[in-house]
Each structure stands twice: as C-alpha cells, then as structure tokens.
Design a protein around this ligand. Structure first.
Ligand code: NAG
Ligand code: NAG
Ligand code: NAG
Ligand code: NAG
Ligand code: NAG
Ligand code: NAG
Ligand code: NAG
Ligand code: NAG
Ligand code: ZN
Length: 583
C-alpha cells in the first residue's frame, strides 16, 4: 500500500503523540474493573448450573472438596512439569509431549504419574458398555489357551512371511482326537491350510519360540499403537482391522474350561479396579460352548448362561468378590443380520430371558454402525420383538448403540432419533448427539444416559485425541453421561477396567476434575439396570438416587461411603504435598 507523503507525516505525528500521552489505565481494584470481573464470575457460575454434575458438586462433603482441590493442584503440576516437554529436531519432534496427547503415545507414560495413582484408587461404580471377548487383556487369555490340554490352532494360509501373517485368518479350538505333532506348523511355507496344529507345538516351533507366537497371536487380535494413531486413514480402515480381531478372540472363548478361567480373571480385575457392577454386551452368535474333554459344541444354548452364572457366583463367594454386586448381559445382535436371522436370534434371546431373567438385562445391535443396517430399517423387527416380550410379560429394555459416527445428518447420525423414539434407556457412544439440540433436550427430559467410551472413540478415529472429544460439551449441556471402555483388549489398553478411560477424562478437561469424575461414577450406578423394572419405576429410582428405597438407592449409598473413604485417602496421601488454600 502506498501513502501520499503528507499522510505519512500525519501518521508519524499521531504515533509520537500517542507515545508521549500518559495512559490512564483503571486500577485493578477500581469499580469498573471489579464490575467486569464480577459479571464474568456470575456468567461462569450461571453456566455451571446447567452442568449435569452440578448437583453432585453442590453436595460434596468437606473432605471431598479438599480432595478435589488437592487433585486439581496435583494435575496442574503434572501438566506443567511432567507432560509439557518440547520435542527436539534430532528426533523429528517425535519426543514432543503434552497433556491430552493421543492415547497410544501417552499410555507408556501415564503410569508414572500421581494422577494415575489417584485414578487407580477411585471407586468407579459400574462398567455399562463393554463387549465380552474384548474385555480382558489377551496375554492372559493366550496363556490360558497355551496351558490348556487339547487346544489347537489353524490358519487359512501359512504365515511364513510378514505379508501372510497380516493377511491370514487364524482360529483356535479344542480337540480330543490325536493330532499329528510333526505336520509343518503354521509358520512353515509347507503348512497345509486349515490343518490343526497343537498350540504347544505351534508355539515351541514358532520363530522366537513361545514369545514369538504370543506376539503373533496378539498382532491378530489387537490394534497396534502405530495403527491407532494413523487418523489420516479414516474410520472404515481402522474398523476393518478392528473387526477381524473378534474372530480369533471369540474362538479362544468357545471351550468351557477356558471360559470359566476367563470370567474369574475378568471379575477379579474389574473388582481390583474399583468396579462393583458390570453389564456385558454378548450373546447373539457367541452362544455355544464345548464342554471339558469334548470337541463339539453342546447345542444347548443354556450352557453359556449357566457357566456365567456359576462363575459369577463363585467369584462373589470369594474374598476378592465379596463387594462385587454382580453382572448382567445385554443381548447383542449384529446389525449385519437380515430379517430372517435377526428374528431367529431375537427368538433365542426371548427364550434366554425366560430362563435367565436375572442375568438377562436388555437388548442391543452391534458392529460398525456406518456400514450396518440402520435402526430405522430394523423398525419392523424391533416392534415385533417388543410385542413378543410384552405378550410373554418379559421386561427387555433397549440399550442401543447410536451416533457412533462422524456423520452429520446421514443415516448413522439419524440412528439417534430412532434410539430415543424406541425408548432406549441408555445410548451407546452418542458421539454425534452434540449436533442435535432437540434430541439433547429429549435425552435430558427422558433421563437417557450416554455411555461414553473416550479411548474407543479415539482409537476408532472419531476424535484424534481426548481433547477433541465431545464429552465435556455433553456434560455442560446437562446430558447424563458415564464412562465406559468398550473393547479395551483390542483397542490397545492392555488392561481390564476403567482406569485408563477415567485418567484420560480427568487429564483432558479442567472442568471435570475429581468431583466431575465422581459424578460420572455416581451416574454409572444411577443408570445401572440392576433389576427388571417398568419405565415408571426405572425413572423413579434414577430420580430418587440414594434417597430411594430400592436396590439402586442401597448401592448408591454404598458407593457414597466408598467415595468418602477414597477422598479421605487422597487427603491423607497427597494433602501435605499439594497443600491448597482454596478450602
Ligand atoms: C487491590 O486490592 C487488594 C486487596 O485489597 C490489594 O492486596 C492490592 O494491593 C490492591 N492492588 C492495587 C494495585 O491497589
Ligand atoms: C449428599 O451426600 C451425602 C453423603 O454422601 C448423602 O448422604 C446425601 O444423600 C446427599 N444428598 C443429596 C441431595 O444427594
Ligand atoms: C527424521 O525424518 C527424516 C525424513 O523423514 C528421516 O530421514 C530421519 O531418519 C528421521 N529421523 C529420526 C531420528 O527419526
Ligand atoms: C509403566 O508401564 C510401562 C509399560 O507400558 C512399564 O515399562 C513401566 O515400567 C511402568 N512404569 C511404572 C512406574 O510402573
Ligand atoms: C490373502 O488371503 C486371501 C484369503 O483370505 C487370499 O485369497 C489372498 O490371496 C491372500 N493375499 C495374500 C497377499 O497373501
Ligand atoms: C470327544 O468329543 C466328542 C464330541 O464332542 C465326544 O462325543 C466324545 O465323547 C469325546 N471323546 C472323549 C474320549 O472324551
Ligand atoms: C409379570 O411379571 C411380573 C414380574 O416381572 C409379575 O409381578 C407379574 O405378576 C407378571 N404378570 C403376569 C400377568 O404374569
Ligand atoms: C456418515 O458420515 C460419516 C462422515 O462422512 C461417514 O464416515 C459415514 O460412513 C457415513 N455413514 C453412512 C451410512 O453413510
Ligand atoms: Zn460398543
């Protein structure tokens, strides 16, 4: 831009005179500044009243308020001193570190923090959204398979090269006939596809021995950290990898003795993580078990339920399980099923509900929402199912996955409307709910809770990291939410329980803090489906919370006690180091 000479002169004069003028800043204590600061804090506190965790925060005991303040200071110190590390040119900045970074990058560091110690100790309430075969770290399951007599592995092609290892499908089964131990194993180029190889032979002869074999099997059933962070490849690509994990994982869980050990390991790890109650999504296709010593599955579909009931009881009778309230199953059909196989599966579900009313909680449809049938498309089947249940006096509420998508207005996103209209009691993920003001009101008015799975949403590429997740927006709008883990074994947590998802949540958002995390755990119990209830009783007990008279109120009271003890532990453990003047 060009200025005429005269204008430049004027500009210079005005600059110089501005500099020489004394600037009359109002004093920070002046009425005008104080008035702004007052309006500011009023506006912030008015907004906070809309938060879903507002009432929980209002009712914090003084010990809980102290613990909240201590954890706030502790967290801030770690953000500044532990997480904020600039990367170096020599490492292509791959050593850059910051609070809230991608989970697979943060994971190896999280366990060094004090905030992790706090989260590990917290009573977490209920785990409400998790898929059975992806709930327990696979190292434990693979070890069990290797130590169980008669287990064999098969592959649809040899796995002699890197490419073939990636491409092959593998599965496990139990046999009671003699299997040749000298046939070329799966790692050999001479392997005959689909030949059963004893797992002990496959492991002993595998390159790298047993460890090499275990690593290979893990690579077939877990999403690797380097894949998790490749957000540039999008949702469908990671789902293709993710879905292939369920086949081999499910095959490991078809033999009854292994399934029994799986449940013991699972329940004890959940309890050790401070979880008292779990609702497991399972069923559908995973119904048949092979008894000890057999090789064919028992066609009796009750076996799977009996085994779960017995193992649950055994765990609750043990010392570690004394505090464990129990488990229920949300029957889950694949949304890939056509009408004939869906209604067939629904009939099987109705029959299981008749026989196992306490263990059978509700109904859902699962698998990639973007590629499967929409809820709207399945309307006739759902209406038929509801009618059947009603005619048989069976209470089978819906707990639909919905809005687990990046879509805005496409058919996956619109599933949220169907879920609400079908009276779903909770929504699985609800990732796209924040785009729908009308639905947000409906969800709040009808007390529908969203089961939020932050790490799952990140690894399955809906959010690049915790900081991009809509959870804080949901809480701020007043939507009831609780934290779940979805598929921790496949999605790179290598842990059962909720600690990593809780950690990410408290680490990511200043507005949550320990009190907000407590509210989320409290919600998980308020929205647990402990027993069959009609819609009126269900809502009444959510509203009354600990002040009710039923089983829900009793469990909330128990949790409140654990929460107070935990807050006292925080004060005792970290109070001195993070002395705070705020209280
Ligand atoms: C403002 O008021 C506070 C508290 O009364 C006082 O500590 C501070 O020194 C004052 N600041 C100024 C600039 O006057
Ligand atoms: C507040 O918390 C106390 C202690 O946990 C509990 O007994 C009480 O019922 C709560 N009150 C409300 C209104 O939630
Ligand atoms: C940094 O990136 C360059 C270019 O991609 C690569 O050649 C080099 O090996 C990388 N260095 C490190 C330490 O990763
Ligand atoms: C944290 O976990 C990593 C493995 O992810 C392990 O190597 C490390 O020893 C652990 N550190 C602590 C302090 O537990
Ligand atoms: C991958 O496996 C399929 C069978 O599942 C096979 O048809 C294809 O040839 C394999 N590709 C490679 C590169 O091994
Ligand atoms: C082997 O398995 C078959 C099929 O499950 C079963 O009928 C048979 O009794 C088993 N044999 C032995 C020796 O256990
Ligand atoms: C329906 O089931 C409930 C318990 O869930 C029971 O109290 C009621 O009597 C049953 N009604 C009929 C008609 O069977
Ligand atoms: C909806 O939109 C998202 C974002 O573009 C996309 O990933 C998803 O596949 C879409 N779903 C359908 C059913 O088209
Ligand atoms: Zn799920």
């Amino acid at each position: 831009m060009k200025f005429p000479v005269a204008t430049i002169g004027t500009l210079l004069v005005s600059l110089v005179s501005a500099q020489s003028d004394t600037i009359n800043l109002p004093d920070v204590n002046s009425t005008v500044v104080q008035k702004h600061l007052l309006s500011r804090s009023n506006l912030i506190s008015v907004e906070r009243r809309q938060r879903q965790d507002y009432l929980f925060r209002q009712n914090l005991s003084s010990v809980a308020q102290q613990a909240d303040a201590i954890v706030k200071a502790l967290r801030q110190e770690e953000i500044d001193d532990f997480w904020r590390v600039p990367g170096t040119l020599a490492n292509n900045d791959t050593d850059e570190r910051f609070a809230g970074e991608m989970f697979p990058r943060a994971r190896p560091l999280i366990n060094e923090t004090k905030l992790w110690d706090v989260v590990r100790h917290m009573p977490k309430g209920a785990l409400l959204h998790a898929h059975l075969s992806a709930m327990l770290p696979y190292g434990i399951l693979i070890d069990t398979v290797l130590d169980t007599e008669g287990m064999v592995v098969s592959a649809d092609q040899d796995v002699s090269t890197e490419l073939k290892r990636e491409n092959a499908s593998i599965w496990f089964s139990h046999v009671n006939h003699t299997v040749a131990t000298d046939a070329p194993s799966i790692h050999s180029a001479d392997y005959v596809p689909n030949t059963e190889i004893p797992v002990t032979v496959a492991a002993a002869t595998f390159p790298g021995g047993r460890d090499g074999f275990v690593d290979f099997v893990k690579s077939k059933i877990t999403v690797q950290p380097e894949d998790s962070i490749r957000h540039e490849l999008g949702v469908d690509e990671i789902w293709r990898k993710f879905q292939t994990a369920f086949g081999p994982a499910g095959s490991m869980m078809s033999y009854e003795p292994i399934v029994r050990k799986f449940y013991q390991q699972l329940f004890s790890r959940l309890a050790a993580d401070g979880i008292n109650w779990v609702e497991i999504r399972a069923g559908g296709s995973s119904g048949n078990l092979v008894h000890e010593g057999d090789e064919d599955a028992d066609p009796d579909l009750d076996v799977w339920w009996d085994v779960l009931l017995e193992e649950l009881q055994a765990f609750q009778d043990s010392e570690a399980g004394a505090d464990f309230w129990g488990a229920r199953v949300i029957w889950s059909d694949s949304r890939g099923k056509d009408t004939a196989s869906l209604t067939k599966s629904m009939s099987i579900a109705l029959e299981r509900k008749r026989r196992f009313p306490d263990l059978f909680s509700g109904y859902d449809v699962v698998a990639q929402e973007d590629l499967g049938r929409t809820l709207a498309d399945m309307t006739p089947e759902f209406l038929w199912f509801q009618e059947q249940a009603e005619a048989s006096n069976l209470t089978i509420p819906f707990f639909f996955h919905a809005g687990e998508t990046l879509g805005d207005g496409n058919s996956t996103d619109l599933n949220l409307f169907d879920a609400v209209l079908f009276g779903t009691r909770r929504i699985g993920h609800g990732f796209s709910l924040y785009k729908h003001p009308k639905l947000i009101n409906e969800v709040i008015e009808n007390a529908i809770m969203v089961e939020v799975c932050p790490i799952s949403n990140e690894v399955l590429r809906l959010a690049t990291d915790i900081l991009h997740h809509p959870l804080p927006a949901m809480i701020a709008h007043g939507i009831p939410t609780a934290i779940s883990n979805d598929d921790p074994a496949i999605l790179g947590q290598n842990a059962a329980g909720l600690s990593y998802d809780f950690y990410q949540t408290i680490q990511g958002f200043d507005n949550i803090g320990l009190a907000g995390l407590g509210a989320l755990a409290h919600n998980s119990i308020r929205w647990s489906n402990f027993e069959d209830q009609n819609d009126v009783d269900w809502i009444r007990d959510i509203d009354l919370a600990e002040h009710g008279t039923g089983i829900k109120a009793q469990r909330l009271q128990e949790w409140n006690e654990k929460w107070e003890q935990f807050c006292q532990w925080v004060v005792d453990t970290y109070g001195e180091q993070f002395a705070t003047a705020e209280i």
